[in-house]
Design a protein around this ligand. Structure first.
Ligand SMILES: [Zn+2]
Length: 234
């Protein structure tokens, strides 16, 4: 039979360690939510970038088309004027100029074909990315909501644990409780640890025979090394 102080403290510690675990889970949630949100925004930005790239290509195509229209108009003017010039040299110069504009138009047209191809494939990439991101972000949103409901569950359980631990704390002697709570506050290990084969289960070091002897008698005992409460298991 374990000593009474051990039984009472164990019950309290079970609740407190559970509280510690739940609290650290709860503390992680805002960070996890933030990272989900960042991922969703990154996904949207990726799609937005593809869309803007396509828009930029469409703008380039439009500009190229308006240059073609200008060149055509210029050619038309030159042709009209060439009918009226008398000097052969001037006429030849105009023909050269017209040929030059025709070459420019043909260059614009072939780069236009290339632009159209890039716009088509850009639009295809955009549609695929947008539908992928839609699915991905829906999954992220579901995860986000799950975290919210997990947080609620944790808060509820913590509230219950707190009232339970208050009841258990009332069964622990004041001076033991005080020392126990200060050990608990360190946030690592168990304030009350079993000793097995002479080894403290909190710090994993050997306790002295005298300490082991006290613990075996059920007296309040502390580990020689980590100073945590220890008890021997029957
Ligand atoms: Zn120890």
């Amino acid at each position: 039979m374990a000593a009474n102080w051990v039984t009472a403290l164990k019950k309290l510690q079970d609740k407190d360690l559970r509280i510690r675990t739940l609290r650290s889970k709860l503390e992680m949630i805002p960070k996890e939510k933030l990272s989900l949100k960042e991922q969703a925004n990154k996904n949207l930005a990726k799609v937005e970038k593809i869309k803007n790239d396509v828009l930029a290509l469409e703008l380039q195509l439009k500009q190229s088309e308006s240059r073609i229209a200008e060149y055509k108009e210029t050619i038309h003017k030159l042709e009209t004027q060439s009918n009226m010039v008398k000097k052969n040299t001037e006429y030849q110069a105009m023909l050269l100029s017209i040929a030059d504009y025709k070459k420019k138009i043909s260059d614009e047209e072939s780069s236009g074909i290339d632009l159209l191809d890039r716009i088509d494939s850009g639009k295809k990439t955009y549609r695929e990315a947008a539908s992928n991101v839609k699915l991905e972000n829906a999954a992220l949103k579901a995860e986000f909501m799950d975290l919210d409901s997990l947080a609620n569950d944790l808060k509820k359980e913590l509230a219950e644990l707190h009232s339970e631990r208050t009841a258990f704390a009332a069964n622990v002697e004041d001076d033991i409780l005080k020392r126990y709570e200060s050990l608990l506050k360190k946030g690592i290990g168990s304030p009350l640890a079993a000793v097995k084969s002479g080894i403290c289960e909190n710090c994993h070091l050997k306790v002295t025979p005298q300490t082991l002897n006290s613990a075996a008698k059920g007296l309040v005992a502390y580990c020689d090394n980590c100073q945590h409460f220890i008890y021997t298991e029957d």
